[in-house]
Design a protein around this ligand. Structure first.
Ligand code: 5GP
Length: 354
């Protein structure tokens, strides 16, 4: 047994110190980034925020909404090939959509069928997604996927430490997805005791990924996944060095989100559930297998309306952070950041009146 005495930080352990700024208007802040991916060699420009590949957020409707803002939707993996065919017939923005799969044989067989059906050109990203990227089998699957899809940009994870970040990148991923136990619909920490505070995971994994570079092909990248509750958490994630941010909670509860719309006492609610919750396992696998425990939550969220309103709020918040720290572009956020360790985040005295 060993104890690591360095304190590890979550978003709500820090605030960002303001810095002198020459910005004259928030409108001038550029939230788009351009990356060249280290294996696929593809060049991408957009706002580096993605909706999670969950039933409730990685929907076709979300993809239509987010692509208009040059943001990515990671489609959930339960759409059939027929449904994908129909969707892609009316959606021509491969830079803003990701196909998702796990590491089971069925997942790879379905991907092969999707490619055979000629759909591979309709998405430029593929997410290879497992809750625990520390499994040796996963690393092998990253390599297999890279060989199968040399021209797709591969996002693979999840992990939270430097050594495995490097390994995943060297085996063929372009972007490593970072986060274990931080998700709002996730009960992994409660059920297993395993996890890593999200901000420290980003700082550690981004440092490792950015150290892997090839002048010809670009640099290794990370995508922070889970744990962002407020727009300020997105700002802190970018300030901590993440290249992309994936969120479920940000994109839940909207008309474009999946899950049932439920009415109770005249109020509208929308379902949000983790992908290893009882609800998800029941709908996709007929129940939770005996040897597993559910590691996901199921909640009813107050219905939030149209996701576009949230996106404008998110962009406005990020632009405002930029003016406080003197960043002209999202790219400059981490260079302009000093985090303050704090005991208290917010003045909550009026919350009870809200
Ligand atoms: P959020 O943005 O809501 O905080 O977190 C979303 C992320 O939580 C997803 O992208 C995914 O990585 C993770 N997640 C989704 N469903 C589950 C689940 O059932 N269990 C666990 N452990 N994580 C989940």
């Amino acid at each position: 047994m060993r104890i690591d005495n360095d304190v590890k930080l979550d978003f709500n352990d820090v605030l960002i110190r303001p810095k002198r700024s020459t910005l004259t208007s928030r409108k001038n802040v550029d939230l788009e980034r351009t990356f060249v991916f280290m294996h696929s060699g593809r060049k991408w420009t957009g706002v580096p925020v993605a909706a999670s590949n969950m039933d409730t957020t990685g929907t076709f409707e979300m993809a239509h909404a987010l692509a208009g803002h040059r943001m990515i939707t990671a489609l959930h993996k339960h759409y059939s090939i027929a449904e994908l065919k129909e969707f892609f017939a009316g959606f021509d923005q491969p830079d803003y959509v990701a196909y998702s799969l796990g590491i089971r044989d069925e997942d790879f067989e379905k991907l092969a069928a999707v490619l055979d059906a000629g759909l591979g050109g309709h998405f430029n990203f593929i997410v290879l997604d497992v809750p625990n990227a520390y499994l040796e089998r996963f690393i092998g699957k990253v390599e297999e996927l890279r060989n199968l899809c040399p021209q797709h940009t591969i996002i693979a994870g999840n992990c939270v430490t430097n050594e495995i970040t490097e390994e995943i990148l060297l085996r063929g991923a372009d972007i490593v997805k970072v986060g274990i136990g931080s998700g709002s619909a996730c009960t992994t920490r409660r059920m297993t005791g395993v996890g890593y505070p999200q901000l420290s995971a980003i700082i550690e994994c981004a440092d490792a990924a950015h150290g892997i570079s090839d002048p010809a092909t670009g640099v290794g990248l990370v995508m922070s996944d889970g744990g962002a509750v407020y727009p300020s958490d997105a700002a802190k994630a970018f300030c901590g060095g993440t290249d992309f941010l994936m969120s479920g909670q940000f994109f839940s509860g909207f008309s474009q989100s999946g899950g049932e719309l439920v009415e109770k006492d005249g109020k509208k609610f929308k379902e949000y559930y983790g992908m290893s919750s009882h609800a998800a396992m029941k709908s996709h696998y007929g129940g939770v297998a005996r040897h597993r425990a559910s590691e996901g939550r199921e909640v009813l969220l107050p219905y939030k309306g149209n996701v576009h309103d949230f996106i404008y709020e998110l962009f406005g918040s990020l632009r405002s952070t930029a003016t406080y720290i003197g960043a002209l572009k999202l790219k400059e956020f981490s260079k302009r950041t000093t985090f303050l360790l704090v005991n208290n985040q917010l003045n909550r005295s009026l919350e009870k009146y809200e």
